[in-house]
Design a protein around this ligand. Structure first.
Ligand SMILES: Cc1ncc(COP(=O)(O)O)c(C=O)c1O
Length: 394
């Protein structure tokens, strides 16, 4: 007899009772500063389309042109017959932006992290991972079979203690996001690199949320701090500020070769289609040529951050376009999100396991294309909510 699937209902009920049930919401139209959510127009503070490129005419045209010239699908994995001119063109541009010898494109950031970590380390090795690292880094670390050391968020002392404990490990790898996805704060990267050198560890960074956003040229935090020569692996995504889809890793030419030979999430998957590569190329051109997008983003962040603080909201230590408005409990957080949607503002509530228990928050993400009057309307909605519920949010 077939096994009963009864646990499915029980699990869903458990999630519901814990305030952790998730449902998909439908978005119509494109990912602009406003969007249509479940049929209602809202100002969009829930997108990683930070520079507004996801609906930019240059990306649309590039994708259409690539389809006309190269067709729709890539047909196979890169090592079989799916390595097209556009993949290599995009990789050359990414390497140029990052100032590395080489780059390699991945189908998604999740696949990149899972595959890269297992390529660098295995049994007998050690990986040191910030407590707030993305799920793909956590899963990649587990899959690698290396000993996993999780250090407190940005806690250099704990990181050093872990490095000391692991002194007998064969290879050591420190992995950190540079701009943290749910907290919007920057890792102490210079100090992490110093520790890595002291304890002979490799450094891998995830620039998913920093790519496109930081000067110089949108290259990210490694470039901003001039640490390119001291960080072995720089990964990032094409689906956030770059407005398209997919991911990349930048590093040495030898590392690229190793990944092509050994990285399972690169080898055993159909390569990204030409239209996606063309969008990436078009986005990189815009990012380098139009620094004004980054300036607009930074002004908008500063304004919203200051406005919310002036209203008495508790914000975590956000340094950029990700502004976490801390609520605490999961139910309260989702209620606040719903009340904002009723007022035409969409800021998604983020709950465990995406963030640690008791730290549910609205993750407010700003776009370079938000207009001044949209920010006014948003701050006004937050003001009204504060007045109506003076005990909420705390
Ligand atoms: C820090 C971080 N790394 C990796 C990923 C995964 O990237 P992708 O969406 O391309 O799979 C994300 C988000 O999705 C992320 O926030």
């Amino acid at each position: 007899m077939a096994m009963s699937g009864k646990f499915i209902e029980t699990e869903l009920q458990r999630l519901n009772e814990a305030g952790l049930y998730r449902r998909l919401r439908r978005v119509d139209g494109d990912q602009g500063p406003t969007l249509v959510l479940d049929g209602k127009e809202v100002i969009n503070f829930s997108s990683n389309n930070y520079l507004g490129l996801a609906n930019h005419p240059a990306l649309r045209e590039a994708a259409k042109d690539a389809i006309d010239r190269y067709g729709c699908g890539s047909g196979a994995s890169r090592l079989i017959s799916g390595n097209m001119t556009l993949h290599e063109e995009l990789e050359a541009k990414l390497a140029e932006l990052k100032g590395t010898e080489a780059a390699l494109v991945f189908n998604s950031g999740f696949q990149a992290n899972v595959g890269i970590i297992s390529t660098l380390i295995g049994e007998g090795d050690a990986v040191f991972s910030d407590a707030l690292n993305h799920a793909s880094i956590i899963d990649g670390s587990r899959l690698s079979r290396a000993q996993v050391y999780v250090y407190g968020h940005a806690d250099l002392q704990q990181l050093e203690d872990c490095l000391k404990q692991a002194s007998a490990s064969r290879r050591k790898l420190i992995v950190t996001e540079t701009l943290f996805s749910m907290d919007g704060d920057e890792a102490p990267l210079k100090e992490i690199v110093d520790l890595a050198e002291k304890y002979d560890a490799m450094v891998m960074v995830d620039e998913a949320h920093a790519t496109g956003v930081y000067e110089p040229n949108g290259a990210g935090i490694v470039a901003k701090l001039g640490l390119g020569d001291r960080v072995l692996v720089q990964m990032g995504t094409l689906g956030k500020a770059l407005g398209g889809f997919g991911a990349y890793v930048a590093g040495s030419a030898a590392f690229r070769e190793l990944l092509i030979n050994r990285c399972r999430s690169f080898v055993f998957t159909t390569s990204l289609p030409p239209a996606v590569m063309a969008m990436g190329i078009a986005a990189l051109d815009l990012v380098t040529k139009e620094p004004e997008r980054r300036l607009a983003l930074s002004d908008t962040c500063a304004r919203l951050n200051a406005g919310l603080k002036a209203l008495g909201y508790s914000l975590a230590n956000s340094q950029r376009q990700i502004i976490p408005l801390m609520v605490g409990d999961a139910d309260g957080c989702m209620r606040l999100s719903e009340q904002l949607v009723e007022r035409g503002i969409f800021a998604q509530g983020i709950r465990p396991p995406t963030v640690p228990p008791g730290t549910s928050r609205l993750r407010i993400t700003v776009m370079a294309t938000h207009r001044s009057e949209q920010l006014d309307a948003t701050l006004n909605a937050f003001k009204e909510l504060k007045e109506e519920h003076d005990t909420f949010p705390r």
